[in-house]
Design a protein around this ligand. Structure first.
Ligand SMILES: *[C@@H]1O[C@H](CO)[C@@H](O)[C@H](O)[C@H]1NC(C)=O
Ligand SMILES: *[C@@H]1O[C@H](CO)[C@@H](O)[C@H](O)[C@H]1NC(C)=O
Ligand SMILES: *[C@@H]1O[C@H](CO)[C@@H](O)[C@H](O)[C@H]1NC(C)=O
Ligand SMILES: *[C@@H]1O[C@H](CO)[C@@H](O)[C@H](O)[C@H]1NC(C)=O
Ligand SMILES: *[C@@H]1O[C@H](CO)[C@@H](O)[C@H](O)[C@H]1NC(C)=O
Ligand SMILES: *[C@@H]1O[C@H](CO)[C@@H](O)[C@H](O)[C@H]1NC(C)=O
Ligand SMILES: *[C@@H]1O[C@H](CO)[C@@H](O)[C@H](O)[C@H]1NC(C)=O
Ligand SMILES: *[C@@H]1O[C@H](CO)[C@@H](O)[C@H](O)[C@H]1NC(C)=O
Ligand SMILES: *[C@@H]1O[C@H](CO)[C@@H](O)[C@H](O)[C@H]1NC(C)=O
Ligand SMILES: *[C@@H]1O[C@H](CO)[C@@H](O)[C@H](O)[C@H]1NC(C)=O
Length: 715
C-alpha cells in the first residue's frame, strides 16, 4: 500500500487515478476523522489522512454514498483498500439485477449498509460473511425472492441488529433464513408475498423486539412467533388473519404494540386485551389496533383476565402503563358491559365507524379515558352512567351519529373537556348544553352540520368555552342564538346559515368575542351600531352575503378590528370615510364585488398599512396605477393587492384592471386626491425638515461641544 505523507485533509493518490470517481470538492468532514464522501461508479482516488488511519485518537466514521455503482472490482487494477476498509456507512444505488456484492469483500469496518431501491433480483454467494461489524442492513425496495443462504456470518454471534427486507417479492421464509441472526432486534418483512410461516423462520431470534409483517398474505400465525421472548411490537396490518388464540400467539401478553388492522378477524377473544406487567417498561403505552376487520361484538372479559389485571396492579410495581384500543371500522353492534375490564388504564378508545346504537359499559373501566371516538355510528342517546366517571375525558368525537339532544348529567362531573364534536347529528334546538365547565385551558364545541335554529346556553353552563362552531345549520334568526352568558367565548362561527339581518339588539353575543364568522349567509342589512359593543373583535367575516352598500355607523365601535372580509358581496362603491372607526384595520378584502371605485381619501392618515384585496372587480387601470403610485411614494398607507395575480389583458403590478374607461368617472376623486396628496406631501416635508434639524444639532454638538451648538440652536 502506498502512503503519501503530506498533511493534507484528503490526499489525491496519483493524478492518473481520475478524481472524477469521488470529486474532492464534495468531500466533507464533520470532525477530525468523520468524513462524508460521494462517489460515482467506483470508490477510487481517495485515502484518509494518516492520523485517521493508524491507531487514532478519534473515532473514524466514513460515510460513502456511491451512485451508479459498477459491480465488478477489476482485480488487476489497483484496489483502493486505503479507503474501502475504513468505510463505516455505505449507501449504494446501482442498476443491478444480479450481484454478488464483491465490493463488500474489502469493507471490513462496515456498520451500516443501504442497498435500497436497486431492483436487485438475486444476490449470489454470502457477501455479508466477513462483515463482522455490520449492525444495520437495509435491502428494502428490491425484487428479492430467495434469501435462504444470504444471511450467513463468519462470527457467531454477529452484530446485526436491524434488517429490512420490506418491499421485495419474498414468498418463502425457509426455516434457517435468519438462523444466524441471534442479535437481531428489528426485522422488517412488510410488503412481500409471505403466506406461510410453518417453517418457524424466526426461531433463533431470541433478541427480536420489533417484527413487521404488514401487507403480506398471512392467514395464520401458527405459533410462528411463540419463540420470541423479547418481542414487543408485532405488526400484521393488511394480512388475512381470521383467528388469534392462545396457541397461535402465546406471547400476546408481552406485546406493547399489536397491530392486526385490516385483517379478517370476526371475533375478539378476551386474551387479546390482557397484558403482563413484567414485560412492559415504565410509561409504556400498549397499543392494540384491531381496526378494519369484521368484528361484530366485544365480549365481557373473563374472570381469568380480570383477576390477572388486579393481581398486576397490586404487585407493588410502581410502573405506569396505559392502553390505546382501536376498534374503528368494524361492524360492532354490541359491546358487553365488562368488555374493557381486563385492559390496563384505557386512555384512548376508538370506536368510530361501527354500528353502535348506544354505548353502555362499566364506567369503572373508563375512568382514565382521555380520547373517545364514537363518530360515525348510529347513537341516539348518551347514557349518564357510562360517562359519569370519565373525569379525564378531554376529547369526545360524536360526529356523524343521530343525537338530537345533549343529555342532562352526562358530563356533569367532567371539567376537562377540550373538544366536544357533535357535527353531523340531528340537533334542532338546544336550551342547554349540559356541560358546566370546560378544561382550564379552554374548550371548543363543534355543533356544525346539524339542523340547529335555536340555541341557548344558560347562565352557569359552558364555562371556559372558547370556541363554538355553528356553521352549516338552519339559523335564520340570529336572535335565537343566545350566548350572552358565555363571557369567555372568543371565536364563533355562524357561516353557512340563512341569516338575513343583523341589528344591535339581535346579537345576543358576549363582548369577549375576537373572531366572528358570518360567511355564506344571506345578510342584506346590517343596522347601525350593530357591533358597537364588540371592542375586542379582531376578525369579522362577512363574505358571500348580499350586502350592497356600507352605511355610516355600520362598523362603529370596532376599534380593535384587524381583518374585515367583505368579499363576494355586491358593494359597488366603497368610501373610506365609512370605515373610519376601524382604526386598527390592516386587511380588508373586497374581492369579487364588482367595485368601480374605492375612495381612499380618509385613509391617508391611517395608523397602519392597510392591504386591500381587490381581485375580480371593475377598476380602471388609471385608478389602480394612481392608487399604487400613492402607496409606493408613501402618500398613502393603502395598498391595493390581489390574492391571485392577473393574466388578463391589462394589469398594473400584476393586478388586472379595465382600461380605456371614460376619464369622467374619476376626475372628481382625482382632484380630491390631489389636494389630499398635497397636504400629505407638505406634511412630510415639514417632518423631514424637523428631523434633519435634530440630527444636525446632534452632529454639531458632537463635533464642537459647546459654542457651535449654541450658535446653531440660536439660529
Ligand atoms: C477536518 O479535518 C481537518 C484535518 O484533517 C481538521 O483540521 C478539521 O478541524 C476538520 N474539520 C472539522 C469540522 O472538524
Ligand atoms: C462475482 O461476479 C463477478 C462478475 O460479475 C465475477 O467476476 C466474480 O468471479 C464473482 N465472484 C464470486 C465470488 O462469485
Ligand atoms: C441458533 O442459535 C443457536 C445459539 O442460540 C446456535 O447454536 C445455532 O447454530 C443457531 N441455529 C442456526 C441454524 O444457526
Ligand atoms: C356481561 O357482564 C354483565 C355484568 O356482569 C352481565 O350482566 C352480562 O350478562 C354479561 N354478558 C354476557 C353475555 O355474559
Ligand atoms: C414510572 O414513571 C412514573 C412517572 O411516569 C414515576 O412516577 C414512577 O416513579 C416510575 N416508576 C419506576 C419504577 O420507575
Ligand atoms: C380512530 O379511527 C379512525 C378510523 O380508522 C381514524 O381516522 C382515527 O385517526 C383514529 N384515531 C382517533 C384518535 O380517533
Ligand atoms: C374519529 O374518527 C374519525 C373517522 O371515523 C376521524 O375522521 C376523526 O378524526 C376521529 N376523531 C378524532 C378526534 O381523532
Ligand atoms: C369535528 O369532526 C369533523 C368530522 O370528523 C371534522 O371535520 C371537524 O374538523 C371536527 N371539528 C373540530 C373542531 O375538530
Ligand atoms: C329549517 O327550519 C325551517 C323552519 O325555520 C324548517 O321549515 C326547515 O325544514 C328546516 N330545515 C331543515 C333542513 O331542517
Ligand atoms: C364592469 O364594467 C363593464 C364596463 O363598464 C360593465 O359592462 C360590466 O358589467 C362591469 N362588471 C361588473 C361585474 O360590474
Amino acid at each position: 500500500m502506498r502512503h503519501v505523507h503530506i498533511p493534507l485533509f484528503i490526499i489525491i493518490l496519483t493524478t492518473a487515478l481520475c478524481s472524477c470517481y469521488c470529486p474532492h470538492d464534495k468531500i466533507r468532514n464533520r470532525t477530525q476523522c468523520a468524513y462524508r464522501i460521494y462517489c460515482f461508479g467506483k470508490i477510487r482516488g481517495v485515502t484518509l489522512p494518516d492520523q485517521c488511519r493508524e491507531a487514532t485518537n478519534y473515532p473514524v466514521t466514513v460515510d460513502v454514498t456511491l451512485s451508479d455503482a459498477e459491480d465488478h472490482f477489476d482485480e488487476d487494477s489497483f484496489v483502493d483498500e486505503g479507503l474501502l476498509n475504513y468505510i463505516t456507512t455505505l449507501k449504494i444505488s446501482a442498476p443491478w439485477q444480479t450481484t454478488n456484492l464483491t465490493i463488500l469483500t474489502y469493507t471490513t469496518s462496515l456498520q451500516n449498509l443501504y442497498l435500497v431501491n436497486n431492483r436487485i433480483e438475486t444476490i449470489s454467494g454470502t457477501p455479508f460473511y466477513y462483515l463482522s461489524r455490520l449492525q444495520n442492513l437495509y435491502l428494502s425496495h428490491n425484487k428479492l425472492t430467495d434469501i435462504e443462504q444470504l444471511f450467513q456470518f463468519q462470527n457467531y454471534p454477529n452484530k446485526l441488529r436491524r434488517l429490512s427486507l420490506a418491499h421485495n417479492e419474498i414468498e418463502d421464509l425457509p426455516g434457517d433464513a435468519f438462523g444466524d441472526l441471534s442479535s437481531l432486534v428489528e426485522l422488517d418483512l412488510s410488503f412481500n408475498k409471505i403466506s406461510d410461516l410453518s417453517e418457524e423462520p424466526f426461531y433463533n431470534l431470541t433478541k427480536l423486539e420489533v417484527l413487521r409483517l404488514n401487507n403480506n398474505r398471512i392467514k395464520d400465525l401458527n405459533g410462528a412467533v411463540n419463540g420470541l421472548p423479547m418481542l414487543k411490537q408485532l405488526y400484521l396490518r393488511g394480512n388475512q388473519i381470521h383467528n388469534i388464540n392462545e396457541e397461535s400467539l402465546k406471547i400476546i401478553k408481552h406485546l406493547e404494540i399489536f397491530d392486526l388492522s385490516s385483517n379478517d378477524l370476526e371475533q375478539i377473544k378476551p386474551i387479546m386485551f390482557s397484558r403482563h406487567w413484567e414485560h412492559l417498561a415504565n410509561a409504556s403505552i400498549c397499543k392494540i389496533i384491531l381496526s378494519e376487520n369484521q368484528i361484530v361484538s366485544v365480549p365481557n372479559a373473563t374472570s381469568n383476565e380480570i383477576s390477572s389485571r388486579f393481581v398486576r396492579q397490586s404487585h407493588g410495581h410502581n410502573v405506569d402503563v396505559t392502553t390505546d384500543l382501536d376498534l374503528s371500522v368494524n361492524s360492532i353492534t354490541d359491546i358487553q358491559y365488562n368488555a374493557f375490564q381486563s385492559l390496563i388504564k384505557l386512555v384512548n378508545l376508538n370506536l368510530s365507524k361501527n354500528k353502535l346504537i348506544d354505548f353502555v359499559v362499566n364506567p369503572k373501566d373508563l375512568i382514565h379515558v382521555k380520547y373517545l371516538n364514537l363518530s360515525e355510528n348510529f347513537i341516539m342517546k348518551l347514557y349518564y352512567e357510562t360517562f359519569s366517571s370519565m373525569n379525564n375525558l378531554q376529547n369526545i368525537d360524536l360526529s356523524g351519529n343521530q343525537l338530537y339532544y345533549i343529555p342532562d348529567m352526562a358530563f356533569n362531573n367532567n371539567y376537562n373537556l377540550k373538544l366536544v364534536n357533535m357535527t353531523y347529528n340531528e340537533i334542532e334546538k338546544l336550551d342547554a348544553i349540559h356541560i358546566n365547565m370546560f378544561h382550564p385551558s379552554g374548550g371548543a364545541m363543534d355543533l356544525s352540520n346539524n339542523r340547529l335554529f335555536k340555541l341557548t346556553i344558560p347562565y352557569g353552563e359552558g364555562l371556559r368555552l372558547y370556541s363554538l362552531i355553528l356553521h352549516s345549520n338552519n339559523i335564520t334568526d340570529i336572535s335565537l342564538i343566545d350566548l350572552s352568558h358565555q363571557s369567555e367565548l372568543q371565536s364563533l362561527d355562524f357561516s353557512r346559515n340563512s341569516i338575513q339581518e343583523l341589528h344591535a339588539s339581535s346579537l345576543l353575543l358576549p363582548v369577549s368575542l375576537e373572531s366572528l364568522d358570518l360567511t355564506c349567509n344571506k345578510i342584506q342589512k346590517i343596522g347601525p351600531s350593530t357591533f358597537v359593543k364588540f371592542t375586542r373583535l379582531k376578525t369579522l367575516r362577512l363574505s358571500n352575503n348580499h350586502l350592497t352598500r356600507i352605511e355610516y355607523g355600520m362598523f362603529q365601535g370596532l376599534s380593535s378590528l384587524k381583518n374585515l372580509d367583505l368579499s363576494y358581496n355586491r358593494i359597488k362603491v366603497l368610501e373610506s370615510k365609512l370605515l373610519l372607526d376601524l382604526k386598527c384595520l390592516q386587511l380588508l378584502s373586497m374581492r369579487s364585488n364588482g367595485l368601480d371605485l374605492i375612495d381612499f381619501t380618509s385613509w391617508y392618515g391611517h395608523k397602519f398599512n392597510l392591504q386591500v384585496y381587490v381581485d375580480n372587480n371593475n377598476f380602471t387601470c388609471e385608478w389602480l396605477s394612481s392608487a399604487l403610485n400613492d402607496f409606493n411614494n408613501g402618500y398613502s398607507r393603502v395598498k391595493p393587492t390581489v390574492l391571485v395575480g392577473g393574466h388578463g389583458r391589462h394589469t398594473v403590478e400584476g393586478i388586472p384592471c379595465e382600461s380605456g374607461k371614460s376619464e369622467m368617472l374619476f376626475e372628481g376623486p382625482e382632484y380630491v386626491m390631489a389636494d389630499e396628496r398635497l397636504l400629505a406631501t407638505s406634511q412630510k416635508i415639514l417632518e423631514a425638515v424637523r428631523e434633519q434639524n435634530f440630527f444636525l444639532r446632534k452632529f454639531m454638538r458632537k463635533l464642537f461641544p459647546d459654542e457651535v451648538y449654541q450658535i446653531v440652536s440660536q439660529r
